[in-house]
Design a protein around this ligand. Structure first.
Ligand code: ADP
Ligand code: MG
Length: 304
């Protein structure tokens, strides 16, 4: 297996499906064989709770790693032989201000990742719903970004801001950073609004093909994650969708996504996606595309 691929799962909007996707895509990839480490860098610690982990003061967490009081191998817990979790803690919110005083504040995660070689094939980072210090750490450390998107009004504005930030980090500190793709979550094929948003996102990325941006090769994943109540229920039981209801649409969709995700890295053939869980073909004629977004760069945020 090649060197570990680090994929940051980011959208600065809350409630779009980041944590659900990290938890269940991670489990689905691990079920297919690769070794996966899930990192919870959100002070809300939802991913840790999803896996039934409630760290107490004796548990090493992401904060101890960023503060250089623990190492990744020490703080990462084994869930199954090839699925690992680095837990977060609600203390991370307060700790963020301590870390902000650090001269290398945006490079703390990258430093800990490069300090020793890790035995994983994939690291999936569940980011908080902001573009603050913790998300910047993920962008500096990551190879790729996966963007969960809930297709509704204003989704595009948020996406534009996120892509600006990604481009800034790529230009200034992490040249290998690229956007792997957009994952449509809580998808309802029947709504016109959903279809319109998908078309706009498609047009935007089509216009970016061949440009010198980190999203020139971004895809919209063919697999969509349908709205499925079972996905919302399983975190309360500390279970993944595969443990909670392996026959649900949620399990079907995240399993199909794992196939498509691994195919992006040349690992497997994608599994056929059931027609209801796939995007409809692009039948709408291309529309004129808006010009690239202007920058509102803040070099202090990203340089160091
Ligand atoms: N496909 C889905 N269908 C139904 N509910 C979902 C789906 N994906 C996520 N949810 C629920 O929506 C809420 C927000 O999802 P979450 O993954 O926590 O978003 P984020 O991490 O982006 O804040 C959670 O209660 C989650 O259980
Ligand atoms: Mg979350």
């Amino acid at each position: 297996m090649l060197a570990v691929k680090t994929v940051a799962v980011i959208n600065q909007k809350g409630g779009v499906g980041k944590t659900t996707s990290v938890a269940n895509l991670g489990a689905a990839i691990a079920m297919r064989g690769p070794d996966v480490c899930l990192m919870d860098i959100d002070p809300q610690a939802h991913l840790s709770l999803h896996y039934g982990l409630e760290p107490d003061e004796t548990t090493a967490t992401i904060f101890d790693v960023l503060a250089e009081e623990s190492t990744l191998p020490n703080a990462t817990k084994m869930l199954t032989p090839n699925l690992w979790l680095l837990p977060s803690t609600t203390d991370l919110a307060a700790a963020e201000s301590t870390l902000a005083g650090h001269t290398q504040r945006n490079h703390l995660l990258q430093k800990s990742l490069t300090a020793q070689s890790l035995p994983h094939d994939f690291i999936l980072i569940d980011c908080p719903p902001s573009l603050g210090l913790l998300t910047l750490n993920a962008l500096v450390a990551a190879d790729d970004v996966l963007i969960p998107l809930q297709p509704h009004f204003l989704a595009l504005q948020g996406l534009a801001k996120l892509l600006e930030t990604i481009q800034l980090v790529q230009q200034r500190v992490n040249p290998r950073l690229r956007v792997l793709g957009v994952l449509l979550c809580m998808y309802e094929s029947v709504t016109k609004l959903g279809k319109d948003v998908v078309q706009e996102v498609r047009d935007f990325f089509e216009a970016a093909r061949g440009t010198n941006t980190p999203y020139a090769d971004a895809r919209i994943f063919q697999t969509v994650i349908r709205r499925n109540i079972r996905l919302a229920e399983c975190p309360s039981y500390g279970k993944t969708i595969f443990e909670y209801d392996a026959r649900s649409n949620g399990a079907t969709d995240y399993n199909a996504l794992a196939g498509e995700f691994l195919a992006c890295y040349g690992k497997t053939e994608p599994v056929p996606v059931s027609p209801e869980a796939a995007l409809p073909p692009d039948t709408i004629a291309p529309v004129p595309v808006p010009p690239p977004m202007p920058y509102s760069s803040n070099p202090h945020e990203i340089s160091g």
